[in-house]
Design a protein around this ligand. Sequence first.
Ligand code: FAD
Length: 292
Amino acid sequence: MKPPVFEYHAPGSTDEALALLGEHAWEAKILAGGQSLVPAMNFRLASPAILIDINGVDELSGIETAADGSLRIGAMTRQNVVESSDQVRAAAPLLHKAMPWIAHPQIRARGTLGGSIAHADPAAELPAVMLALGAEFHARGPSGERAIPADEFFFGLLMTALAPDEMLTAISIPAQAPRSGTAFVEFARRHGDYALAGVAVTLTLGSDGTCESAALGLLSVSEAPMLAVQAASALVGTAVELSDAEGAAELAAGEIDPTGDLHASADYRRHLVRVLVRRAVVEARAGIEDRG
Ligand SMILES: Cc1cc2nc3c(=O)[nH]c(=O)nc-3n(C[C@H](O)[C@H](O)[C@H](O)COP(=O)(O)OP(=O)(O)OC[C@H]3O[C@@H](n4cnc5c(N)ncnc54)[C@H](O)[C@@H]3O)c2cc1C
């Protein structure tokens, strides 16, 4: 199908894009990689009267590493640039591991980091990864810039903390702490399909070898990407043995609120979370020992 009629604007700067958004907020949509928005428009699931194409806003792309090792990634940075970045591999191994699980190379060549986060699909990999990494999202709007922690950003199905006249400009990710391990695992019917369930894990050990902090981001198991808070808390203070991973997996399965659909029942998704959380926690813990 063809999209409904729309007015097209191609601003050359963030200020210009924000001025357009301020003028048209409720009837406008930002066009980033177009990999979710254009299909939604073609299916008439979205019908913005005005499209603000930010592909020509160069200042929104790029990856910077700060003195403390943290990353700042522009919202328009393409997913395949993130995937092949040595800076990302060094500072945020979890993000590096998760990238190949997003769709297919052709889609990652066009899709952007910010587009996936702003779209907030509960089945997408990046929102769950950002939750597990403790990322912060930078938004700009008429009243200036604000930073929104990932765990205050995702509200419900395709809903975020962004106001209609605000734009996501960049994503900050803390450098991975020493004695940390990560894992990303998901289950999809075919590689490249949206997953039936998935888990992003970060674990950090203290000097006594027990778990100092843990975060588990889950995808495809509730209305919004979510953190399994109880499962993560249960890991803290343990040696992260197999039995601890199993305990966390059981708690995570109790924290989710999956719906059944054509592809998987709610019970099957709960079963997947049990299996995937256990597997991811074991893999993340083993990764810490690998690095000595
Ligand atoms: C066949 C197919 C398979 C896919 N499979 C997967 C998959 O397995 N996993 C997965 O995670 N994704 C998948 N995707 C989606 C893909 O990752 C998209 O690239 C991503 O969801 C959206 O990024 P985009 O840059 O294309 O954003 P767009 O489609 O341009 O925009 C998406 C939404 O975000 C808003 N937006 C974009 N940028 C900003 C910004 N800077 N500030 C405010 N709002 C903004 C837009 O207005 C729109 O509402 C798939 C897509 C296709 C077509």
